[in-house]
Ligand binder design. Structure first.
Ligand code: PEP
Ligand code: MG
Length: 575
C-alpha cells in the first residue's frame, strides 16, 4: 500500500531508498514475574527473537557487500558481535530463569548493567560503543514485542538507505556524517532545529515533523523523500518511482550546472562585492567549503567537537582542531564560535535547565559560569590564531556585563599564553552574535566593544516570536518574514553600517536563496551558510541590483502584514 506524509522540508533534493528504522527512545518495557511453568518457554521466545535478529543481520551483511559503504559493514559486523556476546545474552537468559523476569525486562536490565560498565571505560572509542548495544537491544525488543523488522527486498548502489526516526538529537545526526545515507526523515523537529541544520550540512534530502512516520513505516519499505517540498512517499508504485527518478536526475543536473559558478566573482549587477562565507560543524567540513570556494568560514559551531562523548576535549585537542581549520583555509577568515551548548545541544555532563533549556544556562551564559572550561577553549582558539586569520565569535550575548566579562576572560587567556611564550594574534578580532531581541534593540555596548557582529537568525526568530525552534507543533509559526524579525535584522545591519562594524548573517536565512534579495536590499554584504547553499545564493547575487533592491526593500519593511510582505517579496524575486 502506498501513502504520503507531509512534514517540513529541511534539506533539498530527492532521495529514493529503503527505510532503515532508528530509535533512540528510552527503552520502556513491561515488567512482570513469570510463573515457573512458563520459564523455559520464555527462554525459547527470547532465543527465537535473537535468532530473527541474527538472520536480519546476516542478510544485511550479505547486502552490504553489494556496493554499500564499508562503514555500514563495520556497523553490522559490530552488531553481530554484540549479539553473540554471552555477557548480554547468557546473562539475560539467567535473569529469566533465576529471577523469573519476562524476556524484555531481563534484556533491558542486563543492557543497563553492561552500559553502566561501559561508562567506566577510559578509552573514548570503546565507551561510545554503548550506543551500538542499545540499538541492538532495541532490535531484539522489537521482535519480542511483535514488531519484527521487514528486511529490505533490494539493496544496492541505486536504492540506498533512508533513516527513519521518531526524533534525532544533533549528536545522533552528527554520527550520520560517517555513513553514506540517501536521506532521512523524523517525526519531530522543526526546520531550524540543530538536527535539521546538521542534516543540511550532510547535503542529503531530509523531511522532519512527519508526526507518525516511525510508527507507520517498516524496516525495508521503499521510500521517496522529497526534501524540497517536505513530502515522504511510502511504498510508491513503479509509475511514481519513475517520475521521481526523473525529478532526481533533473535536480542533480541543476545542481551540477550551478557548480560552474565556483570561480565567478561574487558581486551584484551594479558591482557590489558580497562575501559568501561557510558554516561548519567539524574540521573535516572544510573539504566542502573549498569545493564551493567560499570566502572563508563565517561560523564554526565548535560545540560539535564536544558532543557524543563523556569527557571534554582538552586544550591540545581543541587547538589541533582549530589550527587544522585555520591552516586549511589558508589565510581566509575563520570565525570560530565559542561553545554554544544547552538548548537542543546537550552535553552529557553539561547544563540541564529542567523547565526551558532554550531560556536557560546556554552558550555564553554557561561558559561564564564555567570559567575554567571557557579559558581552555579561549587559549586553544588564541593559539590557533597564529596559524591563520582566526576571529572569535561569542554566542547569545544580551548585555554589556556579559561582553565585559568575556573580554576580561579573553585577556586572561592571552596573559596565560604570554607567560608560556606561546604565540597568538594579539589583535585577534572578537565579535558577538545578535540572536536575542534584547541585543538587537540595545546595540550600544556591542558596537562600542566588539569588532564585528553576526546575526543568528535561527535564534533571533525563536526568541522574537516565542517559538521553540525544535518543537514541530509550533513550527508553522516560525516565520523568518515576520515584520518584527525583519526590522530587528535591518536595524542591526544599519547600526553596524553607521558604526563601521562589519555585520553578517549566519543563521539559516543567509542560505535561503528566496531571501537573498531581501537581505541584499537591507544592506547585508556578508552571508554565511552551509557550503551546499553557496552556489544558489551566488546565482541570486549575480542577478541582483542592490540600488534597486534597497528602494523596494525599504518600502517592504514598512508593511505590518506578513502576507503582504510575502507577496511583495515574490515580486522582487520574480525578475
Ligand atoms: C543562529 O541562531 O542563527 C545560529 C547561527 O546559531 P545556532 O543555529 O547554532 O544556534
Ligand atoms: Mg544561535
Amino acid at each position: 500500500m502506498s501513502f504520503t506524509l507531509h512534514g517540513h522540508a529541511v534539506s533539498n533534493g530527492i532521495a529514493i531508498g529503503h527505510a532503515h528504522l532508528v530509535s533512540h527512545a528510552t527503552l520502556e518495557v513491561s515488567h512482570f514475574v513469570l510463573p515457573s511453568r512458563v520459564i523455559e518457554e520464555e527462554v525459547l521466545r527470547f532465543d527465537a527473537a535473537v535468532g530473527v535478529v541474527k538472520a536480519e543481520l546476516d542478510v544485511l551483511m550479505a547486502d552490504t557487500g553489494a556496493g554499500n559503504p564499508t562503514e555500514l559493514t563495520a556497523f553490522v559486523d559490530l552488531h553481530q558481535m554484540i549479539l553473540a556476546d554471552p555477557t548480554l545474552m547468557d546473562a539475560t537468559r539467567a535473569l529469566i530463569r533465576e529471577r523469573r523476569c519476562n524476556a524484555e525486562w531481563a534484556l533491558v536490565q542486563q543492557m543497563e548493567q553492561v552500559v553502566a560498565q561501559f561508562d567506566q571505560i577510559e578509552d573514548a572509542y570503546l565507551r561510545e560503543r554503548k550506543a551500538d548495544i542499545v540499538q541492538l537491544v532495541e532490535r531484539v525488543l522489537k521482535v519480542l514485542l511483535g514488531h519484527p523488522g521487514h528486511l529490505p527486498q533490494r539493496r544496492g548502489r541505486e536504492e540506498p538507505l533512508i533513516v527513519v526516526a521518531h526524533d534525532l538529537s544533533p549528536a545522533d545526526t552528527l554520527q550520520f556524517k560517517q555513513l553514506k545515507l540517501a536521506g532521512f526523515v523524523t517525526d519531530l523537529g522543526g526546520a531550524t532545529s540543530h538536527t535539521a541544520i546538521v542534516a543540511r550540512s550532510l547535503a542529503i534530502p531530509a523531511v522532519v515533523g512527519l508526526h507518525h512516520a516511525r510508527a507507520l513505516i517498516r524496516e525495508g519499505d521503499m521510500l521517496i523523500v522529497d526534501g524540497t517540498r517536505g513530502v515522504l512517499i511510502v511504498g510508491p508504485d513503479e509509475r511514481i518511482l519513475e517520475e521521481y527518478r526523473l525529478r532526481r536526475s533533473e535536480f542533480d543536473l541543476d545542481r551540477s550546472k550551478l557548480k560552474l559558478l565556483k570561480n565567478s566573482h561574487s558581486a551584484t549587477l551594479d558591482g557590489q562585492e558580497i562575501a559568501l562565507l561557510a558554516n561548519i560543524e567539524l574540521p573535516q567540513d572544510i573539504a566542502q567549503v573549498k569545493e564551493v570556494n567560499a570566502a572563508g568560514i563565517g561560523l564554526f559551531r565548535t560545540e560539535f567537537l564536544f558532543l557524543n562523548r563523556d569527557d571534554m576535549p582538552d586544550e591540545e585537542e581543541q587547538f589541533l582542531a582549530y589550527r587544522a581549520v585555520a591552516e586549511g583555509m589558508a589565510g581566509r577568515p575563520v570565525t570560530i564560535r565559542t561553545l554554544d551548548v544547552g538548548g537542543d545541544k546537550a552535553l552529557r555532563d553539561g547544563p540541564r535547565s529542567a523547565s526551558n533549556p532554550a531560556l536557560g544556562l546556554r552558550a555564553i551564559r554557561y561558559c561564564l559560569s564555567e570559567p575554567q572550561l571557557f579559558l581552555t577553549q579561549l587559549r586553544a582558539l588564541l593559539r590557533a590564531s597564529h596559524y591563520g586569520q582566526v576571529r572569535v565569535l561569542i554566542p547569545m550575548l544580551t548585555q554589556a556585563q556579559e561582553i565585559n566579562q568575556t573580554l576580561v576572560l579573553i585577556e586572561q587567556a592571552k596573559e596565560m599564553l604570554r607567560a608560556k611564550n606561546q604565540p597568538f594574534n594579539e589583535a585577534i578580532e572578537v565579535g558577538g552574535m545578535i540572536e536575542i531581541p534584547a541585543a538587537a534593540l540595545a546595540l550600544g555596548p556591542f558596537l562600542e566593544k566588539l569588532d564585528f557582529l553576526s546575526i543568528g537568525t535561527n535564534d533571533l526568530i525563536q526568541y522574537t516570536l516565542a517559538i521553540d525552534r525544535t518543537d514541530e507543533a509550533v513550527a508553522h509559526l516560525y516565520d523568518p518574514l515576520h515584520p518584527a524579525v525583519l526590522r530587528l535584522i535591518a536595524h542591526t545591519i544599519h547600526a553596524g553600517e553607521r558604526a563601521g562594524l562589519p555585520v553578517s548573517v549566519c543563521g539559516e536565512m543567509a542560505g535561503d536563496a528566496h531571501l537573498t534579495r531581501l537581505l541584499l536590499g537591507m544592506g547585508l554584504r556578508h552571508f554565511s551558510m552551509h557550503p551546499a547553499q553557496v552556489f544558489e545564493v551566488k546565482q541570486q547575487i549575480l542577478r541582483s541590483d542592490v540600488a534597486d533592491l534597497k528602494r523596494k526593500v525599504t518600502r517592504m519593511l514598512k508593511a505590518d502584514d506578513a502576507v503582504k510582505l510575502r507577496a511583495q517579496l515574490d515580486k522582487v524575486n520574480a525578475n
